[in-house]
Design a protein around this ligand. Structure first.
Ligand SMILES: Nc1ncnc2c1ncn2[C@@H]1O[C@H](COP(=O)(O)OP(=O)(O)OP(=O)(O)O)[C@@H](O)[C@H]1O
Ligand SMILES: [Mg+2]
Ligand SMILES: [Zn+2]
Length: 534
């Protein structure tokens, strides 16, 4: 069997490590000056070179080359032994399978023996965050007073799980994701050296898909090369299960237009043609990140064809930043969700519905998901009565259980009188807002005038707006504060204002739609429309 590319291409000299120059330079200097520390912590994402660098350091401190600046030489007896995995003084411990305090104690007993082959005994402890607290404490004792011949290199992907007491005793280096262009260049070098036939577009796709993890990128390239054919963008997509950008853009379009049915249908079509749901979620995140950057005025940083940038700009103009961030979070979750293997598309669908909600102007703390005006199938400008805005029943929203609204019958009557007063005296409230001593009193009065009280939940008054722009302005704490003072003047009560976009009304389900299903949720609660049924 041929060796996996990522093993074959494990760097043997400092120069071969890519994307981590800041770390390599420091370590090289230390080796050249023969001033290597006794404890290092290498932190960073998977597959970015932590173990590789640790082994290089182990090699360097034991290398027999007479000029310290040339270590590791990769040619002497010791360097060769490390390469072949038979150097006795390099001890690699996987903390994930040796988590106990006894394991660390055993290590501590052995550590006092002098190195048998080289100058230093080097301990690489991988996944060190997996150690138990007791094991950490035992390790700490060793780190406090290591014998002069010992060097510890701890590696972790989760630095936040490392106790501060350990951190403070190590020289810390943070590995970063490999930047896109450096990765592409590196892959290109491999392609040439291995005489593979892979187009630059396909390589760029591989690099993007591996999100900065070089090992993943190399494995993907390996996978592509193993097809034995010339690999272009199209074959790469087919093999890697990547949807084309058009599918992503169409899903975003559907989200922004509030077209739940069309969006879900597009997602399913994409998955049916072989895309991987998590991968698709990642592509959506990648796209929306572009939209976010465009919105921030950093369009130049978005590395996509000009035509796609124009599309991103158009989408950027259609959504508010908080909603966008929320949507990115939702899809990001779907991209990293691994638990629902029995229903692989579910996290993606849930993210989609959450995203619809967010773009419809709802924040997670609000209970009733209001439908979006656009695409809701309602005549525009239609006013919503409080009755219409009743929250959907829990069982109608199985896809978003955490946000499903519970209709509170109890809250309805005690509070009914107060709510009735607010509704009937709304015009008066509009005037009272003008009396509030604030620079924004007048715009708030205007905004109240275009809003509509929908319901009272405890001390929270939910006000509906016909558009997200208005809703967002009113949600500004300063604005809401003025409205709350006016409300106090009107009712004598301390109430909070929450704003939603409201074109909501519970729509009838088309025949043949399961009333408990996701489509029902999309239609009834999110304003979706069924375009086609098979
Ligand atoms: N910065 C890099 N430069 C060159 N090759 C790299 C780099 N990072 C990773 N690789 C490639 O990926 C393989 C795995 O890298 P390595 O084992 O060092 O990753 P790691 O950071 O220790 O990952 P993990 O956290 O999963 O242990 C290497 O054999 C090499 O082929
Ligand atoms: Mg590693
Ligand atoms: Zn050497």
């Amino acid at each position: 069997m041929t060796q996996a590319l990522y093993l074959k291409w494990r760097p043997r000299r400092w120069e071969e490590v890519v994307g981590q120059q800041h770390i390599i330079q420091t370590l090289r200097n230390a080796v050249a000056a023969e001033r290597v520390a006794h404890a290092y912590l290498f932190a960073g994402p998977r597959g970015t070179g932590k173990t590789t660098t640790a082994r290089l350091l182990a090699k360097a401190v034991n290398c027999l080359h007479e000029d310290p600046a040339q270590r590791p030489c990769d040619a002497c007896e010791h360097c060769q032994a490390v390469n072949d995995g038979r150097f006795l003084d390099l001890i690699e411990i996987d903390a994930a399978s040796n988590t106990s305090v006894d394991d660390v104690r055993a290590l501590r007993e052995k550590i006092n023996f002098a190195p048998s082959q080289g100058k230093y005994k080097v301990y690489i402890i991988d996944e060190v965050h997996m150690l138990s607290t007791a094991a950490f404490n035992a390790l700490l004792k060793t780190l406090e007073e290591p014998p002069p011949h010992a060097i510890f290199i701890l590696a972790t992907t989760e630095i936040h799980k490392i106790p501060a007491t350990v951190l403070s005793r190590c020289q810390r280096h943070e590995f970063r994701r490999i930047p896109h262009q450096e990765m592409v260049d590196y892959l290109q070098k491999m392609v040439e050296a291995e005489a593979l036939h892979v187009t630059p577009e396909a390589l760029a796709l591989v690099a993007r898909q591996s999100t900065g993890c070089l090992r993943d990128a190399i494995s993907l390239l390996d996978q592509l090369a193993s097809t034995g054919q010339d690999v272009n963008l199209e074959t790469a997509r087919a093999v890697l299960g990547t949807a084309d950008n058009q599918a992503v853009a169409e899903v975003i379009e559907a989200l922004l237009e509030g077209e739940a049915g069309a969006g879900l249908e597009r997602i399913h079509r994409t998955l049916d043609s072989g895309s991987d749901p998590r991968q698709f979620a990642r592509q959506v995140v990648e796209y929306l990140r572009g939209v976010l950057l465009v919105q921030w005025g950093n369009a130049a940083q978005v590395d996509v064809p000009a035509e796609q940038r124009v599309q991103m700009a158009r989408h950027a103009a259609k959504c508010s930043r908080p909603a966008l961030l929320q949507v990115i979070r939702a899809f990001n979750e779907a991209a990293s969700e691994t638990r629902t293997a029995w229903q692989p598309a579910l996290p993606l669908e849930m993210a989609f519905l959450d995203a619809l909600n967010a773009f419809a102007g709802e924040s997670p703390s609000q209970e009733a998901p209001p439908a979006r005006q656009v695409g809701a199938g309602l005549p525009s400008g239609r006013q919503v009565s409080p009755k219409d805005a009743a929250p959907p029943k829990r069982e109608s929203a199985p896809a978003t259980p955490s946000r499903a609204a519970v209709p509170s019958a109890a809250a309805a009557s005690p509070q009914g009188a107060l709510f009735h007063q607010i509704v009937s005296q709304w015009k008066r409230l509009v005037k009272l807002a003008l009396d509030v001593d604030s620079p924004v009193a007048s715009p708030v009065s205007g905004l109240l005038n275009s809003g509509k009280p929908l319901k009272l939940e405890g001390e929270v008054l939910v006000v509906g707006y016909p558009s997200d722009v208005l809703r967002e302005r009113m949600a500004d704490p300063e604005y809401a504060g003025v409205a709350e003072q006016a409300l106090r003047a009107l009712t004598g009560q301390k109430l909070r204002v929450e704003c939603v976009v409201s074109a909501s009304t519970r729509k009838e389900l088309p025949a043949g739609v399961n009333s408990d299903g996701m489509v029902a949720t999309a239609v009834r609660d999110l304003g979706g429309e069924v375009v086609d049924m098979q």
